[in-house]
Write a protein that binds this ligand. Structure first.
Ligand code: TXA
Ligand code: MG
Length: 308
């Protein structure tokens, strides 16, 4: 708790705090502090027109940062927040261009992680309570799902007043579902643990306009990528790494780096498995994609980008 209070103070002073969420670790800054937010882009090597997600601690704070929120977005928020879901909404005047890359919309999420929620609460007591945070990895690389991943990836770029909070392993392991809520019917921009089916239980998705390319992220073809070449659904050769569900038999001389027992475990371990391929200096890693709906859709989306 002491660390969390300190982290809230550091955010308020304009420093960066990497923190755990249930999806992946984020690299956070006070969403109202331009210099702090600009440092996120520097540390990540991220293009500055690439918008950030703003994390808040309670639905009551939504109207501070957004306007013209459709009723269905409130319904989604009430049902799935805190949780792995980001809503794209019209921004209020309190959200500046340096967060949205100049867009009139902003992505908002309440994460479902104890450390993250305590941090947001403490930060709300003393400051804006809004934390702009992308995943805490270098641009285009694999998202971190543990404290150690963030330390390995960013500690050289962070200063002594920045902090990395330890919250164990991210439970879900894949980034949030992003839903565009700026039109009459919502559209999924990035699949995640909140599935199409779960959204349809609340509001019918825009069927003509499903899974539209994301304005920024989707347009970068390679993303979520380790140094090893990721190949999908191929027969692994000797010396290759292999990630596949447990029941897939490892061929001779292939290095088994992941054997999850189910789809949830596949998602949870995918990024650390991809990092393992790099630690082992593998040239190639073969991933046998899981079939099915829901979380498997999100896994295949990330693998498609990782393999580009
Ligand atoms: O689970 C997550 O969403 C994690 C954790 C830390 O919350 N965050 C995350 O952030 O994945 P990031 O920046 O790595 O990916 C967010 C994506 C970006 O690709 C960005 O293009 C998209 O969200 N995004 C953010 N604001 C947007 C907006 N206003 N319109 C369209 N896309 C937006
Ligand atoms: Mg990211």
């Amino acid at each position: 708790m002491e660390q969390i209070v300190k982290a809230a103070n550091q955010l308020n002073k304009g420093f960066l705090v990497a923190f755990p969420t249930e999806t992946v670790y984020g690299l956070g800054a006070d969403a109202t502090n331009e210099n702090a937010v600009l440092r996120i882009f520097e540390v990540k090597n991220r293009p500055s027109n690439h918008p950030l997600i703003v994390h808040i601690g309670s639905i009551n704070e939504l109207e501070n940062w957004t306007k013209d929120v459709p009723e269905y977005a409130y319904a989604l928020a009430r049902k799935y927040w805190p949780g792995p879901m980001t809503l794209i909404l019209i921004r209020s005047k309190n959200i500046k261009d340096f967060v949205t890359g100049g867009q009139d919309t902003v992505g908002i999420r309440i994460p479902n992680n104890e450390t993250a929620l305590l941090l947001l609460k403490e930060f709300k007591k003393i400051g804006s309570g809004a934390i702009a945070a992308p995943s805490a990895n270098k641009f285009g690389k694999v998202s971190p799902t543990s404290y150690q991943h963030v330390v390995n990836e960013l500690s050289n770029d962070l200063g002594e007043n920045d902090m990395i909070l330890d919250g164990g392993n991210s439970e879900i392991g894949l980034e949030s579902t992003i839903i565009d809520c700026t039109t009459e019917f919502p559209r999924i921009l990035r699949p995640g643990a909140i599935s199409e089916k779960q959204i349809n239980e609340i509001i019918q998705l825009d069927l003509n306009n499903k899974e539209t390319e994301m304005r920024f992220s989707g347009s970068f073809k390679s993303h979520y990528a380790p140094n090893a070449k990721v190949l999908l659904d191929e027969i692994p050769k000797p010396g290759d790494g292999l990630i596949a569900l447990n029941d897939f038999v490892t061929p001779n001389d292939v290095i088994r780096i992941g054997a999850p027992e189910n789809i949830e475990e596949f998602a949870r371990n995918l990024y650390s498995d991809l990092r393992k391929a790099d630690e082992l200096n593998l040239k190639r890693v073969i991933v046998i994609q899981p079939q099915g709906d829901e979380l498997a859709v999100a896994i295949r989306d990330r693998l498609k980008k990782a393999s580009h």
